[in-house]
Design a binder for this molecule. Structure first.
Ligand code: DGI
Ligand code: FE
Ligand code: FE
Ligand code: FE
Length: 186
């Protein structure tokens, strides 16, 4: 098993400095949320450091993996935004030798959420959205909600992500709607 420094080295090799700085800010926020909401801080750190591990892999490599490793081929049409978490969990397990299923699930769900989210899944999902470098109109409100309730923060993020996606006529991944139905609908 790797030290945090070894893990940081492996992750930074696979992405631009700009994205690695995002990863470090997600880790900082995830650790903060983990302390506040009673989640395993070491797991939060590892999941945060690895959540975007696959984000900068070439599309051709990712599409080959989807086909050869038996992932749902419908992933292909959703593009990197959706497949980097799902394939990321697979690549983190294969290449970084991280086998903790609770960490791998948090990586897998970090973009879309799901109806069944552990507290660790919620911490990573929310930390990615509100890390200190994020700048969008409702981020300050999202940070305030996360200060009050992790579940409400999941709902707030899901609602505003969907509003954004619909405004831009983006394709909605079914899991995103599943998350909406569980965490937003009254
Ligand atoms: O990888 P990050 O940029 O740090 O953040 P992320 O993994 O949470 O989100 C990546 C992108 O995915 C972001 O622009 C929002 C988008 N996204 C989330 N749900 C959906 C989606 N895109 C589409 N097309 N459909 C979704 O359901
Ligand atoms: Fe991501
Ligand atoms: Fe996110
Ligand atoms: Fe991210």
């Amino acid at each position: 098993t790797m030290t945090r420094e070894e893990l940081m080295e492996k992750v930074s090799e696979k992405m631009s400095d700009k994205r690695f700085q995002h990863v470090l800010r997600v880790e900082k926020k995830a650790i903060e949320l983990a302390h506040k909401y009673g989640v395993d801080v070491e797991k939060a750190s590892i999941a945060a450091l690895t959540h975007d591990y696959a984000k900068e892999r070439p599309d051709e490599e990712m599409i080959s993996l989807i086909k050869s490793k038996g992932f749902n081929v419908e992933l292909i049409e959703y593009g990197n935004a959706i497949w980097h978490g799902i394939l990321g969990a697979y690549l983190v397990k294969e290449e970084l030798d991280i086998s903790d299923s609770t960490i791998l699930k948090a990586i897998e769900l970090h973009t879309t959420g799901s109806k069944d989210m552990s507290e660790l899944d919620k911490v990573i999902y929310v930390a990615d959205y509100i890390e200190d470098g994020r700048r969008f109109p409702v981020v300050e409100e999202a940070r305030q909600v996360a200060d009050v309730s992790l579940d409400l923060a999941v709902g707030f993020e899901t609602k505003h992500t969907l509003l954004y996606l619909i405004n831009n006529q983006n394709k909605i991944y079914p899991k995103t709607l599943e998350t909406y139905n569980e965490w937003v609908v009254k």
